[in-house]
Ligand binder design. Sequence first.
Ligand code: PMP
Ligand code: GLN
Length: 385
Amino acid sequence: MERPQIKLNSKLPNIGTTIFTIMSKMAADYNAINLSQGFPDFDCPDDLKKLVSHYINEGRNQYAPMPGLPLLRERISAKIEKLYGHNYNPETEINITAGATQALYTIISAVINSGDEVIIFEPAFDTYLPAIMANGGKPIPIPLSEKDFSIDWDRCKDSITNKTKLIIVNSPHNPTGSVINLADLKNLEEITKDTNILIISDEVYEHIVFDGNRHISISRSGELARRSFIVSSFGKTYHTTGWKIGYCAAPENLMSEFRKIHQFMVFAVNTPIQYAYADFMKNENHYLSLGFFYQKKRDLIINALKDSRFKLNKARGTYFQLLDYSGITDKNDYEFSEFLTKEIGVAVIPLSPFYSSDNKRKLIRICFAKRDEVLIEAAEKLCRV
Ligand code: PMP
Ligand code: GLN
């Protein structure tokens, strides 16, 4: 006799499997070129792999200190100070995490109490909303501008209530490729002034900014830094998304709350890889030239798509490009993504999963962190649509 299932009140009744898992699987099942989930199809630097092997062979295989390897935190602190002018104490204000995903979840879990409101800008990276909801918070979605996906600060200001606890910003922005500028920083300062509102700044694509622009880190503003958790990820910078190492930087009073959760969530993260990154980071050239490296790929795919029926505005950062297919079909973005994967042989990401309510726009996202020949082949296929 079959036993009845145990009843469980889901914390996230409306959340299914992530779109990245779904589309990468569909790509594999239909043997399509996978431009869906964001990861490079080329390898990380050889020297970095050698360093990891070296530290494994040297026996660096036990728990790292709970906040992360001190040398790695020192190097991150020096890098942030040099690039963005803010000093974080490596001892008390920086923490290494199992990817940016864990940093984001840990922050939200550390600061959100039941009923707290969290402002997010949509389309929003898919981890924010479930993390807020699983911790009893209330997401307050604000649409980014239809034209260029910039932030509507008046609307943001109007959405602030006495329950607003947190604002999440993400620049360079996944999925749209937009970036914030100094005026955005000023607006955020103005809106949060004289409040206790906290900020998460998801800056995982900090080194992937194009056309001669600089990344605007929230930490550049002293006023914002004192209320912000800055999140970044080694995975994006070193072509090592599978290693899942990231970090969080925040003022000591915020970091101490972060660590209360971090220590019981993972305690510490991968030791030999932290040693390897600490060594490899000495080579500034890798991350300082990353924007140029990806800009060539962005330009290659855009050029290869110029005779297609897709419309696009160049991504200004990240390794993602949005394609507007409104001139091609009335299909919704899920149907169209499935069609492209199964019939055309190129897997892409629909934009709807990045919205909390109905998305009517006809947009898909492609990832151009791929070898040039793969981008060219994918573009040829997309040009047939
Ligand atoms: N934030 C954004 C905007 C991302 O695109 C990603 C990519 N996965 C993450 C966070 C998570 O990074 P990680 O893989 O280091 O967990
Ligand atoms: N950040 C990656 C993307 O946007 C994927 C992350 C994931 O698979 N969770 O495609």
